[in-house]
Design a protein around this ligand. Sequence first.
Ligand SMILES: Cc1cc2nc3c(=O)[nH]c(=O)nc-3n(C[C@H](O)[C@@H](O)[C@H](O)COP(=O)(O)OP(=O)(O)OC[C@H]3O[C@@H](n4cnc5c(N)ncnc54)[C@H](O)[C@@H]3O)c2cc1C
Length: 464
Amino acid sequence: MMIFDCAIIGAGPAGMSAAVLLAGTGLRVVVLDRGAGAGGQIFRAAANSPLTDAGVLGPDYTDGAGLIAEFERSGVTHMAGADVWHVGEDGTILFSHDGETRQLQAREILMCPGAMERPMPIPGWTLPGVMTAGAAQVMLKSDAVVAENAVFAGSGPLLYLIVAQYLRLGVPVAAVVDTTPHENYLSALPYGPSALRAWPMLRKGLGLLREIKTARVPMFKSATNLRVLGQGRASGLAFDSKGAQQIAAQHVFLHHGVVPQTNMTRAMGLDHIWNEAQQSWQVKTDDWGQSSTPHVSVAGDGAGIIGADAARSAGRLAAMNIAMRLGEVSVADRDRWARPDRAALGHLASFRGFVDRLYAPVPALSVPQEPDTLVCRCEEQSVQALRDGFDAGARDPNALKSLTRCGMGPCQGRQCGPIVSGLLAQWRREPIGDVGYFRLRSPQRLLSLEEFSRFQTITPEAGE
Ligand SMILES: Cc1cc2nc3c(=O)[nH]c(=O)nc-3n(C[C@H](O)[C@@H](O)[C@H](O)COP(=O)(O)OP(=O)(O)OC[C@H]3O[C@@H](n4cnc5c(N)ncnc54)[C@H](O)[C@@H]3O)c2cc1C
């Protein structure tokens, strides 16, 4: 069977940049993404926005159309709507496409799965009317759908960006409830001077806050004790910020930063590490993105949160290394080509250190304390149910999963995984890094038997 030289999973900034570089070497490259078009999270629908004026989403968004066009012109095989659910050690990839199971094989695999929003399990977080701010942005970018008078709660640059995007569209926002604690400003302070070296990034962030202020959106700072109000559906948000507060709203959009997507890399059995500064798990790679399995590389936010600009550089660096491994370029050429991207990454890292401290997740918002708050939404397991399992002897994530079924539903632990590790760390009084995470296996999504029975192999000649 003819096989691809390299399969890239994910057509965001990291995957697209890697693909463009590899295409230039003449290698046979396939890019798989479950999305209907290339772009990833930041550039979602940037090439065919449903908005009359996509410019309101900002230049970072509209600039994405350039990279998408370059990617589409590059000649790589791009399979949109391809949802990957198994990656084998031997380079076999299985994915769902058009209601069928498809298979292909590649000598090298580059995973660029990106990030997902960190769960924010406050009381009432599973009520209808509550969703993540990122999900609200997906609806805006993909379908031009917005919700008027929503409360935005949480912290981090993405939260402020989405509020600003709403405001530029003229959509009224009920309030911004900022949970960034005072202490975070102090712990970020030492990183301020190095963040100043990346002044354009800092200016962008300050600009977003200014937009929110100028629009006179009520902004509550250092908010704690958040609870969604309502029976059966959200009717507002209660919290403490200079006293007890309540905001009435039909929609509550939560955001508590982003964490790498690790389900695929974990199901492959790649080594992972706990990133203390970012309070998240990430796959272990070298500085070319090469994982503990040499022919598998990981780049972009999926290998540790670095942001879109850095994801482009990381994707290119991984691609240079893959080209070297496949004999297309020498080690010396790889190292020479890498210099500009290495310099760019170093520059952006100084800013990242500042952002990581300033928007460090708040433990009380990551790990729920109220007994009846749901942890596993799919299997409807509450804090109390998990505590009962713990008291019955389930001391690690997998034992708790076997006993309570948490993490066994359609999302395969994507939502509850970080919360379960956090709860166990608290109950065991040990660092999360020692507690570990769910052991995951393929398939990483639910499959129908019908889909599984229809099978097609994709080769470089037959590739679409
Ligand atoms: C909801 C959300 C919204 C965001 N919006 C912004 C924003 O507006 N501005 C900003 O600066 N940053 C944003 N970010 C941060 C953002 O992720 C960027 O840092 C950047 O997009 C990272 O690039 P990437 O290539 O690593 O990953 P991504 O851009 O996330 O691309 C990953 C791609 O992999 C695909 N994928 C993942 N798993 C599979 C699978 N199993 N099978 C097939 N395809 C798969 C996804 O469909 C996606 O297209 C957002 C993050 C999230 C979670």
